[in-house]
Write a protein that binds this ligand. Structure first.
Ligand code: NI
Length: 251
């Protein structure tokens, strides 16, 4: 099961069965990275040149931000960023849930010791694509967990949106996508180190509501085809999916 639904009472969010109860979409992408990817990433991160994290934050976020990041151009950052981009291209779930137009090149951060949290903030709406004369609207935020949850205490990603507040702490290699409009924070890490990859997606379908309808329809069609094979009805509904996408998408 790929869907995530977390009750407000649960301290730690885990992938769960069931449909969406909320209008904004928060979705777990289990095992986005393979065990081999994670092994490579850990080797790269072992001697990586960590730097102060405030360089990629806007003025409001900078006040709340206290973590470390890898410089974009270091070997570890480049290799892990490329690894995550390749994983996204392989992930049918990522593609159908986000309908990506542009993906911001993934960056890597670390929380622990004195640089251990990132208080409540909203991510900047517009980002300059590094090295390009192009901007990206941050419709969707994504975090890929690189550390196992047992390796650190605290460090939950807390996301407040129409779905209430969710506290997310996932196994290494899992990712979460959530609306770029959400107020969110990373709780203080009180033991160990939490390393993660973060980036944003501009979707071909700007509206969260429309994107979610398309996602639900695509997933339902997938299951219908699995159970009954192709029928004139699934062909017709697949046509409707594409016609809605054509109506709403901006490429
Ligand atoms: Ni943020």
């Amino acid at each position: 099961e790929v869907l995530t639904g977390c009750s407000r009472s649960s301290k730690v969010c885990r992938p769960a069965r069931g449909g969406f109860l909320h209008s904004a979409m928060l979705l777990t992408l289990p095992q986005l990275l393979t065990p081999t990817d994670l092994h490579t990433a850990r080797q790269l991160l072992a001697n990586a040149p960590w730097a102060d994290g405030s360089d990629s934050a806007g003025p409001q976020a900078r006040l709340a931000k206290n973590n470390e990041q890898l410089p974009r151009d270091c070997e570890a950052a480049q290799a892990i960023s490329a690894m995550v981009m390749a994983a996204l291209e392989r992930s049918a779930l990522f593609l159908t849930a986000t309908l990506p137009k542009r993906v911001f090149p993934p960056r890597i951060n670390r929380y622990g010791g004195a640089a251990n949290h990132y208080g409540d903030h909203v991510d900047a709406a517009i980002r300059q694509m590094p090295g390009r004369h192009e901007r990206l609207r941050t419709d969707i935020s994504c975090t890929v967990f690189l550390s196992e949850p047992e390796a650190y205490e605290g460090g939950e990603l807390c996301i407040a949106d129409t779905f209430g507040e969710q506290q997310i702490k996932l196994p290494a290699g899992h990712a979460v996508i959530y609306p770029g409009t959400s107020v969110h924070q990373v709780r203080p890490v009180t033991r160990g180190q939490r390393m993660a990859c973060f980036f944003w997606i501009e979707s071909m379908v700007r509206s969260d509501e429309q994107r979610r309808l398309l996602y639900e329809m695509d997933m339902a069609l997938l299951r219908l085809r699995e159970q009954h094979g192709d029928s004139p009805q699934t062909v017709a509904l697949t046509g409707t999916y594409h016609n809605l996408l054509r109506m709403w998408a901006d490429t």
